[in-house]
Each structure stands twice: as structure tokens, then as C-alpha cells.
Design a protein around this ligand. Structure first.
Ligand SMILES: [Zn+2]
Length: 268
């Protein structure tokens, strides 16, 4: 069984493949049409431990960063199709926003803690994503002991506990940066670590490396600029600390590419 997993940063004009509500809806509609059901990291953990069955066609909708559109556009679109998301929060932007009077709603970019609490009530799963969002590969060069990262993780977890009542069990690595020291810390604190696929290359311990080599998947990179197809899905054999996720504003942005990605999970 292969589980597709998507990632995005909410409504975003990043790069040349924008994500607005209509486009997000057109992609999520394909998952619904193909009869996928969304699962959370709790479901995934139980399935991997053989403690629970999950739907034959399971999908994960991951999101990084606590921006306002998570609570509105992203949640509303998912909800209309009966889905829930997994949101990884870096706490720095909210610390910053709450250090002064809140901006008016129409200019505010970050979600409030109240809005994030609503997502928790709706059944969204929350994970950790550091405080200041450091490049983990560069941080490794600066501090190979992992101490700075440890402080980031502790502070992020504390804030999530205090503001959302959530004990973070899962972590999303920042950007396309990874380090062995970061993984060690992540393995000490969390049950899953998730990566982010926007192309075939990753930054590993301060150097460039093929994503496929990092996750130990054989085969050539693909013509679309991404890693081998097998590297794009979660399976029972996936390394729990190097889970994939496919950015919606890159390789699977076009509805046809998104459909092929989901159909690629069914052919196994
Ligand atoms: Zn991030």
C-alpha cells in the first residue's frame, strides 16, 4: 500500500505556480473523486504498528506554517470534501505577532491562537516545526552538537502545549534542509519526521545530495524534475523520520500531474 502525501503553505503566490482557493479545490476534488480518505499521523502511527486498518485509499494533506488561510480557505475546502489536515507550526511568527497589538483582520497574515484552536477542535492534527525556522543543514555546520536545535524544539513544543494543549509528537523538517544532528534530536523527541519534495535535490549536512539517496530509494530521478516515483509515497517500510511530502506548488500543481500522483498509489 502506498499513501500519497501533499504539502503546501496555504494560499500562496510563491513561485510561478500559485495556489488559490479554486486551484486547491480542483486538486482536492480529484482526491474525492478517486475516493481517497484523509488520515492523520495518529492513524499512520497505528497502521505502521499493525494496530489499526486504514482506508485502502488513504491520503495525507500536510501543511506547514500557522498562516490565516489554514483556518479559512484550506480548512473550508478540505471540510467540504470530508477531509482533515495535518498542520506543522513554527511558533516564531506567532510570538512576534503577539508581541504587539494584533494587526487588523484584513491585513493579518498569521492565524491567531483562537483560529488554530478551532482547527484542533475540527480534528486537524498539529505537529512541530521549530521556532525560528532555521536551515537545519546550515545550523549543523554552525553547531554540530545539536544544542541550538534542541532549544528550538523544546521552545516550540512548550508553546504548542501552552496555547493549544497539544503535545507535539511529529515534526516537519524546515525547507529542504536536513542534517544528521537534527534527525538525532528529532528521533529523541518525536515519532515521525517529514521532508518536503520540491525537486530531486536536498541539502544534507551542509552539502547537496539527491533526495532519493537520502531516503534510500533506488532508481533514476524523473523527467518532471523530482525523485523516483517510489520515493513520493509513504509505505509501511518508509523511514519514519524521512517521510516524503509532495509540494502542491511544484511537481503536482497541474491537475493532470496531481491525478497521476494519486493514481500511482493505486497501481501497487
Ligand atoms: Zn517551513
Amino acid at each position: 500500500m502506498r499513501i500519497p502525501i501533499t504539502m503546501c503553505h496555504g494560499i500562496s503566490a510563491w513561485g510561478d505556480k500559485h495556489l488559490n482557493r479554486e486551484h486547491f479545490d480542483s486538486l482536492v476534488s480529484i482526491a474525492r473523486e478517486l475516493e481517497f480518505e484523509s488520515i492523520t499521523y495518529d492513524d499512520l502511527a497505528e497502521w505502521m504498528a499493525d494496530a489499526k486498518e486504514i482506508p485502502e485509499r488513504s491520503i495525507m494533506f500536510d501543511f506547514d506554517h500557522p498562516v490565516k488561510s489554514m483556518r479559512y480557505e484550506m480548512h473550508e475546502v478540505l471540510d467540504a470534501h470530508g477531509y482533515r489536515g495535518n498542520l506543522f507550526i513554527n511558533t516564531g511568527p506567532l510570538n512576534e505577532m503577539y508581541s504587539k497589538p494584533l494587526p487588523p483582520d484584513d491585513v493579518r497574515e498569521q492565524a491567531t491562537w483562537e483560529e488554530l484552536n478551532e482547527l484542533v477542535e475540527f480534528g486537524w492534527h498539529i505537529g512541530a516545526h521549530t521556532v525560528t525556522h532555521p536551515n537545519l543543514s546550515e545550523l549543523f555546520k554552525e553547531d554540530p552538537s545539536g544544542q541550538k536545535l534542541r532549544a528550538e524544539l523544546e521552545a516550540c513544543d512548550l508553546t504548542l502545549k501552552e496555547k493549544l494543549g497539544v503535545t507535539a509528537k511529529d515534526f516537519a523538517f524546515t525547507g529542504t534542509s536536513w542534517s544528521s544532528a537534527a534527525e538525532k534530536e528529532v528521533m529523541n523527541r518525536y515519532r515521525f519526521g517529514r521532508l518536503w519534495i520540491i525537486g530531486a535535490i536536498y541539502q544534507v549536512d551542509g552539502k547537496e545530495m539527491r533526495y532519493a539517496d537520502l531516503v534510500g530509494v533506488e532508481g533514476e530521478d524523473q523527467a518532471d524534475g523530482g525523485p523516483p516515483h517510489a520515493a513520493r509515497y509513504i509505505t509501511k517500510d518508509s523511514n519514519k523520520y524521512r517521510l516524503p511530502s509532495m509540494e502542491l506548488q511544484k511537481l503536482v500543481h497541474a491537475p493532470d500531474a496531481f491525478r497521476s500522483y494519486l493514481e500511482g498509489a493505486l497501481s501497487q
